[in-house]
Design a protein around this ligand. Structure first.
Ligand code: PHE
Length: 357
């Protein structure tokens, strides 16, 4: 028995891990373990022998069991110690700021435009990006045969089988929101509608998806002079300079009469775009007095009401304001570009706090 005790206690003390301990437990006190087999032999002993051997074997079994338990606890303490040594954390270290995302220049410009027009009494309206042929064209006085349809490079949705109506389109401008807003609210009305629009076009200043903000003001005494004043106020506030020069060019849109396109003076010298100086002009918006047929399509009586409307290219004015020479970069999702041109999420544009810093 002393041999058994010495053998197992030494082996238990040397066990490297829990698996080795378990193996020793089975060998010693498991069902067919050495100590258990010895206990079975008790039956064959004389009563005197049994009286000393029985308690001794029981004591040996207890001793081995408690050595096993003790070693098991020691092993798990050691494992925990080892883990704690590698997983330490210095709670006195100063916090490290995580890299923050930035606000995209287009989102920033949209917020700025919204803040300016909100100050002029315009509220924000929205419409769907996939719209019906009627809202995008017919209601805006662009009937089926009109050449403006071809000029727009429209993306058409797939036609639903068995449906003979013209297919829906990816809206080519934000002007359909004029109709939806007039339908929903009637006159008088003053709204802007920022959002995505789509045309099949791609070069330094055109991308197939871009952003516009529509403006619409309808009342009983609206004139072209109101339009011009509003746009000048807007451009001055947006570019945060007094010296922006605008050029109103007589133009044509089916949904306005008369119509004017507005260009802004700029320079592209050395590949950088600067606003307010130079000999170049960049077209930034189309505008005009709302065509009577368009008022009618929106459910408003053109004998009582008139209005002005405009559509500004948000990406265009963001390029100008922030000196971004290529429109396509806006949509490349290049992280270095976004970090360079993006805005802090805490820099919320307001007229009192400053539009951009
Ligand atoms: N919808 C026109 C465009 O996308 C812009 C515009 C809007 C012109 C409103 C006049 C009035 O080119």
């Amino acid at each position: 028995m002393d041999d058994l005790r010495n053998k197992y206690l030494a082996a238990i003390a040397d066990a490297a891990d829990e698996a080795a301990l378990e193996e020793l437990r089975v060998k010693a006190v498991g069902k067919k373990g050495e100590v258990s087999l010895k206990m079975r032999e008790l039956g064959k002993m004389s009563p005197e022998e049994r009286q000393t051997a029985g308690p001794a074997l029981n004591a040996l079994k207890d001793e081995i069991n408690s050595a096993l338990a003790g070693k098991k606890a020691a092993l798990s303490d050691a494992a925990l110690d080892a883990r704690l040594r590698t997983e330490w954390l210095d709670v006195t270290l100063a916090g490290r700021p995580r890299r923050q995302g930035t606000i995209h220049p287009i989102s920033q410009a949209t917020e700025e435009v919204t803040a300016i027009f909100a100050d002029l009494g315009f509220s924000v309206a929205e419409g769907p990006q996939v719209d019906s042929d009627w809202y995008n064209f017919d209601a805006l006085n662009i009937p089926g045969h009109h050449p403006a349809r071809a000029e727009m490079d429209t993306f058409y949705m797939a036609r639903v089988e068995g449906d003979n109506r013209p297919p829906h389109v990816l809206r080519t401008h934000t002007s359909p929101v004029q109709i939806r807003s007039m339908e929903a609210h009637g006159a008088p009305i003053r709204i802007i509608a920022p959002g995505r629009v789509y045309r099949a076009d791609y070069d330094q200043t055109h991308t197939p998806m871009f952003n516009q903000v529509e403006g619409l003001a309808v009342d009983t005494d609206i004139s072209m002079a109101n339009l011009k004043w509003c746009l000048e106020e807007f451009v001055k506030a947006f570019f945060e300079v007094d010296g922006v020069e605008l050029r109103f060019r007589a133009s044509h849109f089916p949904f306005t009469e008369p119509s004017a396109e507005v260009d802004i003076r700029c320079s592209w010298e050395g590949g950088t775009l600067k606003v307010g100086e130079g000999d170049d002009w960049l077209e930034i918006l189309g505008s005009g007095m709302v065509h009577p047929k368009v008022l009618q399509a929106g459910g408003i009586d053109p004998a009582v009401y008139q209005g002005f409307a405009f559509g500004v290219g948000i990406d265009r004015i963001a390029m100008l304001k922030y000196g971004i020479p290529d429109l396509r970069a806006f949509f490349d999702s290049d992280l270095r570009w976004l970090r360079h041109y993006g805005f802090s999420s805490l820099d919320v544009p307001t007229l009192h706090g400053g539009l951009s810093r």
